[in-house]
Design a protein around this ligand. Structure first.
Ligand code: SAH
Length: 379
């Protein structure tokens, strides 16, 4: 995003500024450039994020002049919802089209007393973790801030319609959908700040979680940028094994990763912890010796551990451990004094589980269709 949004517009006349992804400060700057008082940003944000308005003319507490100006140069545009799937267990999944034409997925997981929205930050992923289907699909594009926050806005609005009593609502957001949030840093941070801003979605910093496979420079930048919660996808207790599962480990090994995370947690203070995600794969990283090694590794690390039984997909080459093995692994960590939970697999009937998000498959089909049209001169 340029510092001078209005100037930017005169260069790219055809491009409207999408106000959806602008932080309070960015919107204030834009308003100043338009000769308005920056505090008007607060009014506009309430219309956008609290009342889900897309039409500037309905923003009755701002001047007609500004409404007309916005009509000319701005828009409020969400990703287009292509499909909504509802699981037997109440999990909901949406397939949405990003500006690049690719499909992304967003998953809502209702639990007792809370509702977690799993948001995508990129289409595809470059990191190529060996057990993740998104990684297998390669990298396609970054999502804009509007597209990331748009996922929250869409789901909030839909749930408010379906459950006016707020029986189900988005109380937590995790950036654990498709993509590596740290590799789309500026857009991700803009969206995260809107999630936590009271004029945006007002979700507490403890309930917005950025998950990374271990992009350490991103964690270092996070320290200066936000106080949201942090999760790391560890999946192995030593570098040798982790190198095979999470290739970015060769660049930023476990010791370097944990050191950056400790600094982040200490900097936040307030007894904040890091969530350690550990996907359990049969005979790969689920043995008693792995639990023992993990306990030693994380002994002084301020964390809670979240075990994820592997979700199979075709051709992955990995298996999910038995529930007995999962429980045994959990109990070992428990006995070593860790706060540990097992992530129950949700939305299996709609392919909504971790690592099973499949947007790209349909995207490929769509792109092929586009190329066909171009080749035949029809476009
Ligand atoms: N790139 C970020 C965000 C993705 S989060 C990250 O790696 O943290 C998705 C989480 O689900 C990660 O912990 C990922 O390692 C895990 N995961 C991916 N594929 C999985 C699968 N097939 N089964 C279980 N967990 C999986």
């Amino acid at each position: 995003m340029s510092d001078n949004l209005a100037k930017d517009l005169s260069v790219k006349e055809s491009t409207k500024v999408n106000l959806l992804g602008l932080s309070q400060q960015q919107l204030g700057t834009l308003l100043e450039e338009l000769g308005e008082k920056p505090y008007r940003a607060q009014q506009v944000m309430k219309w956008i994020h609290h009342r889900y308005l897309d039409n500037f003319q309905e923003m009755t507490d701002i001047s007609k002049k500004l409404r007309d100006k916005f009509d000319e140069m701005a828009e409020i545009r969400e990703p287009e919802v292509v499909k909504e799937l509802i699981s037997k267990d109440g999990t909901r999944k949406w397939l949405m089209r990003s500006e690049s034409g690719s499909l992304i997925e967003t998953v809502f997981i209702p639990e007792d007393g809370r509702g977690t929205l799993c948001v995508s930050s990129q289409v595809g992923c470059v990191l190529d973790c060996s057990f993740c289907s998104t990684g297998k699909q390669g990298f396609n594009s970054n999502l804009t801030a509007s597209e990331i926050i748009g996922q929250v806005r869409i789901v909030r609005r839909i749930l408010a319609d379906v459950y006016p009593d707020r029986k189900r609502a988005v109380t937590n957001v995790v950036l654990m959908g498709m993509g590596e949030p740290m590799l789309n840093f500026d857009n991700m941070i803009a969206a995260v700040s809107l999630m936590m801003d009271d004029l945006g979605y007002g979700i507490s910093k403890r309930k917005v979680t950025i998950s990374t496979a271990g992009v350490v420079p991103g964690i270092n930048k996070l320290i200066e940028t936000t106080d949201a919660s942090l999760a790391i996808s560890l999946h192995a207790p030593n570098d040798e094994l982790r190198n095979t599962l999470v290739p970015i480990n060769k660049k930023y090994p476990i010791a370097v990763l944990l050191e950056a995370c400790t600094r982040y947690a200490v900097n936040l203070g307030d007894k904040r912890t890091i969530t350690v995600e550990y996907t359990l794969m049969h005979k790969i990283n689920d043995q008693p010796e792995h639990a023992a090694e993990l306990s030693t590794l994380l002994k002084n690390f301020p964390c809670k551990i979240n075990l994820i039984p592997f979700n199979p997909f075709e051709g992955s080459g990995y298996k999910r451990p038995s529930s007995v093995a999962v429980t045994a692994f959990r109990d070992r960590l428990h006995r070593a004094g860790f706060n540990v939970t097992v992530r129950t697999t949700r939305g299996e009937d709609i392919n909504a589980a971790c690592g099973q998000l499949v947007g790209k498959v349909e995207d490929k089909t769509r792109r092929q269709e586009k190329y066909r049209l171009i080749a035949s001169g029809a476009n």
